[in-house]
Structure formats: structure tokens, C-alpha cells
Design a protein around this ligand. Structure first.
Ligand SMILES: *Cc1c(COP(=O)(O)O)cnc(C)c1O
Ligand SMILES: [Zn+2]
Length: 422
């Protein structure tokens, strides 16, 4: 397929360049460690993607940035509205954490409820370009449910490997979208390894984000949207929770691509957030290098419970190149952030998404983020995906018989929870 030479692949280790075929996953010289990155002809992209042409484009979804995406313009796409999510200014939330200007990018409003839809939609397009018979991935839950949904919309069979701890909401989505779901008795790492063996054996299209170089390009569209929604004003910080590291790498790639295209004049600092119970990338960041040590997966934030991260190098480089920082937060801080974001901004985040906001509150307390700095936090997944943990954060309703006198006593007795944002 002629890609007009506008994008190609380059190894992040040895810098070898490759033609961007849909199934070129890793560097043939460096093996699986040779993660490839998509490179664009930015001078060419610049002629096709400008502030004015974007302003004149009514299509409000991730495909409006086609000149900066590694797909053939004529390729088929799943018929779902992926991307085009809202960016809210959250003043009450900002005040509660001691900041002046915070924006909430609600990617929980994607078709299957997470930012992963951006990667999966792109993955399904590449699978269709490759003429694949099926797509597959391993997942803590969201990568899989988004792949299953986007594959269903495109009429493509999907195979998804999850650790059997995956929350019920995500499992229900997976099964309902018609994926063949393999719940692996073991960790996310176990599910990943089995998926790779199965993909090799049956030749399915590989949507494992760390290896497949195209998926991060889908994720980067969240950054392009943020910049455009802010009128090309670049925030001081963008806060992202980190598991495998692909999402924050994608956000970084988006802002660097915008800069390389001349659409923005600087890049924001990235604040990466991990859970204290599983923070291998955070610890590598603090140690100052790129070496990391596997960890047990001990946090209720299941989407970032990744003990063996698949993209630590891309993540660490993105954060450092942006002049950013990393913090780690406890499960209690995550539950508190879920309450605060919901009650002060009306946005319901799943634990892994709320972790970013817990990290922002911590970074503010520690003086990493200054009061006057402009911050965007990304809600990477919808709270309805994990109702069990939402209820842990939420507490109990007022339990009474249907009687106004009882209600009056209950309300007088302080039976109404205080609103965290006030
Ligand atoms: C996948 C995911 C993350 C982290 O993304 P990585 O690419 O694994 O770092 C964060 N939040 C949610 C809700 C996710 O599904
Ligand atoms: Zn290489």
C-alpha cells in the first residue's frame, strides 16, 4: 500500500528505519526490546494540518488529525465516535486542591468508557489494512473492552486475555461485545505472556500497545484535542496515570508532534502518577535511570496495576524530555480523589483515572506544581466500569422507611455526607 512517504518507523534503540507496514511491530535487529516509533514528514503534515483548516473541520473526533496519524486516508474505520471528548474547566475542584486553573479532560466518555478506545480504533484500522482474520490483546480490562467494542463495530472477531481479577463491568463489556475472553488465573503479566504465545500461534493482529507502534499514535490524539480545545494555549502540566506507560508516552508524543508541526510554541510538563502498591516506573524515575524492577500488583486501581510494564522506556523518556515529574499515591488517596472529582466537578472516574488527580493533589502539596500553574488532568476511564470500588469511595445512602418524620430525623442527624468540594 502506498503511504505517500508521509510516515515511517524508527527503532527507539538503534535508530534503524522501516517502511510502515501494518504488521511491522518491532525492530528486526534489536528484537522485542527494539520498540519502534512512528515518524512523520512534519513539513508535509504542516501543509495539511493548520489551525485554520482544523477550525473549519466540523468532524469532532480523533480522525480530524489524520495527517498526523499512521493510517491510509482511504482505510475503513470502526463506525464509532472515538475521541472528541469534553474538556471542562473545574474551578471548585481546583480551589479544593489549592490551584487556580484546572481542566478535566473526560476520556471516560469514549464509546467503551476509556481513553483506550483511541488506541483500539487505530489498531482495528491497521488490522483491516493488514487483512487480518482477528485481533487480539492482553489487557487489565480497558484495552480489551475497547478492542472488543471497536472490533465489533468493524465486524472483526477479537480475542482478549485478562487477569481474572478484572472488574465485572469490564468483563461484562468484553463478553457483550462478542470477544472470546480468556480470564487468566494469574497476573496481568501472565495474561500478556499467554496472549503473545497465542498471537504467534494463530496469527491474529497484535493490539498489545507496548509492541505495536501504531497504538500510541491513537492515544496521542488526546493531547492534540487538549491543545486545540485550549485554543492552542499549552498548559503548564498535563497529569496522566501510568501502568504500562503507553498512555503517557502517547500524550507526550502528541505534544511533541504539535510542536514539530508548528501548531504550538512549547510542550507541557508531564506529571506521571503510579499507585504506591505497584510503582516500578515511578521508582525508576526517582532512581534517575531506565532500569526498573518488577513489582507485585497491589492496588485497587486495576488499570494501572502493572508489575511488569511494557513501555517503561518510552514513558520515562517522555516525562524527562518534557521536564516533568512522577509521584506515587496510596489507595486511600485514590478513593479520596474519586470523591473529590465527582462531588466538585461532576466527573465519575474509575480508580486508575482518579489516581492522576490524587497525584495532582500530592504534587501540589509537595510544591511540585505551583498554585498559579495551569493544569490539565486526564480522566482515562469511567467510574461505572468498577462499581465495587466506587462504592468503597462513596459510603452509604440514608436507609429509612418511606416516612417524612424519619427523613427529617435522619437529615438533622447529619445523615447527609458533606460535599468534599465545598
Ligand atoms: C490503561 C489505563 C491507564 C494507563 O495506561 P498505560 O498505557 O498502561 O500506562 C490509566 N488509566 C486507565 C483507566 C487505563 O485503562
Ligand atoms: Zn533496533
Amino acid at each position: 500500500m502506498d503511504m505517500s512517504g508521509s510516515f515511517w518507523l524508527r527503532c527507539t534503540l538503534c535508530r534503524s528505519e522501516y517502511e510502515a507496514t501494518p504488521t511491522t511491530y518491532t525492530c528486526s535487529r534489536c528484537g522485542d526490546a527494539g520498540i519502534l516509533e512512528v515518524e512523520y514528514d512534519y513539513d508535509y503534515a504542516r501543509t495539511r494540518l493548520g489551525r485554520d483548516s482544523l477550525a473549519a473541520n466540523p468532524e469532532w473526533n480523533m480522525w480530524r488529525y489524520l495527517p498526523l496519524l499512521p493510517v491510509h486516508p482511504a482505510s475503513g474505520r470502526p463506525n464509532l465516535r472515538v475521541g472528541g471528548t469534553p474538556l471542562y474547566r473545574a474551578d471548585r475542584y481546583a480551589r479544593a486542591v489549592g490551584l487556580e486553573e484546572v481542566w478535566v479532560k473526560d476520556d471516560g466518555l469514549n464509546p467503551t468508557g476509556s481513553l483506550k478506545d483511541r488506541a483500539s480504533a487505530l489498531g482495528v484500522v491497521k488490522a483491516m489494512e493488514a487483512g487480518a482474520s482477528a485481533v487480539a490483546c492482553s489487557s487489565t480490562g480497558n484495552a480489551g473492552s475497547s478492542l472488543a467494542g471497536n472490533a465489533a463495530a468493524a465486524g472483526l472477531p477479537s480475542y482478549v486475555f485478562v487477569p481474572d481479577r478484572a472488574p465485572k463491568g469490564k468483563l461484562a463489556q468484553l463478553l457483550l461485545f462478542g470477544a472470546r475472553v480468556v480470564a487468566v488465573k494469574g497476573s496481568y503479566e501472565d495474561a500478556f505472556r499467554l496472549s503473545m504465545e497465542a498471537i504467534r500461534r494463530w496469527g491474529w493482529y497484535n493490539r498489545n500497545a507496548a509492541l505495536n507502534p501504531y497504538l500510541v499514535e491513537g492515544k496521542k490524539t488526546v493531547a492534540l484535542e487538549i491543545a486545540e480545545q485550549l485554543g492552542w494555549r499549552v498548559p503548564d502540566w498535563v497529569v496522566v496515570s501510568v501502568g504500562d506507560g503507553c498512555t503517557i508516552a502517547g500524550v507526550g508524543k502528541g505534544f511533541f508532534d504539535l510542536h514539530d508541526c508548528g501548531l504550538t510554541d512549547r510542550v507541557p510538563r508531564l506529571l506521571g502518577v503510579q499507585a504506591q502498591g505497584c510503582a516500578p516506573i515511578y521508582r525508576a524515575f526517582q532512581a534517575g535511570g531506565e532500569e526498573w524492577v518488577p513489582e507485585p500488583e497491589e492496588t485497587l486501581a486495576d488499570s494501572i496495576a502493572v508489575g511488569v510494564p511494557r513501555n517503561p522506556i518510552k514513558a520515562l523518556r517522555a516525562v524527562r524530555r518534557s521536564g516533568g515529574e512522577m509521584v506515587a499515591v496510596s489507595d486511600e488517596e485514590i478513593l479520596e480523589a474519586m470523591r473529590l472529582l465527582a462531588s466538585s466537578a461532576g466527573v465519575f472516574a474509575e480508580p486508575a483515572a482518579a489516581a492522576a488527580f490524587a497525584g495532582l493533589a500530592r504534587a501540589r502539596r509537595e510544591g511540585i506544581v505551583a498554585a498559579g500553574e495551569v493544569v490539565v488532568g486526564i480522566v482515562t476511564g469511567n467510574g461505572l466500569k468498577d462499581v465495587a470500588n466506587a462504592l468503597r469511595a462513596a459510603g452509604e445512602p440514608i436507609h429509612i422507611p418511606p416516612d417524612l418524620g424519619e427523613l427529617e430525623r435522619a437529615l438533622a442527624g447529619g445523615g447527609i455526607r458533606g460535599c468534599g468540594g465545598e
